[in-house]
Write a protein that binds this ligand. Structure first.
Ligand SMILES: [Fe+2]
Length: 390
């Protein structure tokens, strides 16, 4: 049994360690859930790990149903359908089980089962979260099965609005799941390309949180250690998916990224969201592609920070260039494409997506102030592979 195991209460209750999915019924009982609705995606719903999770709940006297009408880059219709199933089945809590899409949908369902207003009224703007009927939010146990999104410790869900093809953030502090079972053994079967893409999402969370200019030393400290774990262990997890030590550290780094990004994100996520909302590109993969271009763009604001990061990571060059070179090497090692063109983004999308990127909530955390024109220029660099000389 791995020693990488513990009970954490930071930022929420986390039962961390290989094999701890066996504690799912106990976790439900701790949150006083008697009739859980397990929300997952259709791919996972067909796997033995979901069947055994449901079976373990039933064996403990907790009638558990599965809702799996969840698409990648989930939409409001997925949430509405889940709310209907929750109410029809007389459920009293949610098990959000899966990658980012399933976790975000499960959290949004848990929010929406007790609301009378439409979901978009709870978008993360000004103080809109105060419109939420807090007593109506159902308790949630989160069970991540990838290491990237960190949504299990997040206080929001990202849902695509199909009316204008934008990703919107639905936010309430109480959307943070009451309990997390972080079982790295659930990620052992992830293929290398998925491990790489979601792992780079975790890196982008830690990195953008670290770079954002807001004052939050606690988040910054977490982000640094998150990046160190990813540097050491993401290549191992991609190369040897059965390495439980690598899987464990990546799962921790993923939760750390989402904890840290309360400090802010930045242009990596601003550029990435319109690509996924319009073209359904993979979120983590898109972040991974744009990562070095965004760093280069932000260079004037980041020289000191990157020097400190390079020293902390033990890079050969303790400088901005050292960090960018490390990221380029990491991307090559784990098979990330170099340009947005390689994942289907075309020249004409630069002008189309730039206003959406500008309006993205992540933009406020970017170290350099951004305009629509800046985003169009940055998109063109990412599409065409024009990385400025470092
Ligand atoms: Fe992300």
């Amino acid at each position: 049994m791995s020693t990488l195991r513990g009970n954490w209460n930071y930022p929420t209750l986390m039962r961390f360690g290989a094999g701890r999915i066996a504690e799912l019924p106990d976790a439900c009982q701790q949150l006083r859930i008697e009739r859980p609705l397990l929300v997952t995606d259709p791919g996972l719903a067909a796997l033995p790990m979901v069947a055994s999770a449901v079976e373990s709940c039933r064996a403990a006297g907790l009638p558990c149903a599965v809702f799996s009408d969840v698409q990648a880059n989930p939409v409001e219709a997925n949430v509405i359908a889940g709310v209907a199933v929750f109410k029809r089945g007389g459920h009293d809590g949610v098990i959000a089980f899966g990658g980012g899409s399933a976790l975000d949908t499960g959290k949004a369902i848990a929010l929406m089962v007790g609301q009378t207003r439409p979901m978009w009224d709870f978008e993360d703007r000004e103080d809109w979260y105060t419109r939420v009927n807090v007593a109506g939010i159902a308790p949630t146990v989160a069970v991540p099965t990838t290491s990237g999104t960190g949504s299990e410790v997040g206080r929001a869900s990202v849902i695509t609005d199909v009316r204008d093809h934008t990703k919107k953030i639905i936010f309430h502090p109480k959307m943070q799941p009451g309990l997390v079972i972080a079982d790295p053994a659930l990620t052992l079967g992830l293929p290398p390309h998925v491990t790489a893409a979601v792992g780079m999402d975790a890196l982008s969370h830690n990195l953008e949180a670290y770079c954002s200019p807001f004052y939050h030393p606690m988040a910054e400290g977490i982000a640094l250690e998150g990046m160190r774990l990813i540097k050491e262990w993401l290549p191992v997890a991609v190369r040897d998916g059965q390495n439980i030590e690598a899987r464990s550290h990546m799962m921790a780094a993923s939760s750390m990224g989402a904890t840290a990004f309360q400090k802010g994100l930045g242009a990596m996520h601003s550029l990435s969201h319109p690509c996924s909302a319009n073209l359904n590109t993979h979120h983590g993969l898109t972040n991974a592609v744009v990562m070095p271009y965004v760093l280069a763009w932000n260079r004037p604001a980041l020289e000191d920070k990157m020097t400190r990061l390079a020293a902390f990571l033990g890079l050969r060059k303790r400088s901005f260039a050292g960090v960018v070179e490390w990221i380029l090497e990491l991307r090559r090692t784990i098979g990330i494409p170099h340009t947005l063109a390689e994942i289907g983004v075309r020249d004409e999308h630069a002008e189309q997506f730039a206003p959406q990127a500008f309006d993205d909530p992540s933009t406020g955390g970017n170290p350099m102030p951004m305009t629509r024109e800046h985003f169009a220029a940055l998109y063109r660099q990412c599409i065409e592979g024009q990385l400025p000389a470092i």
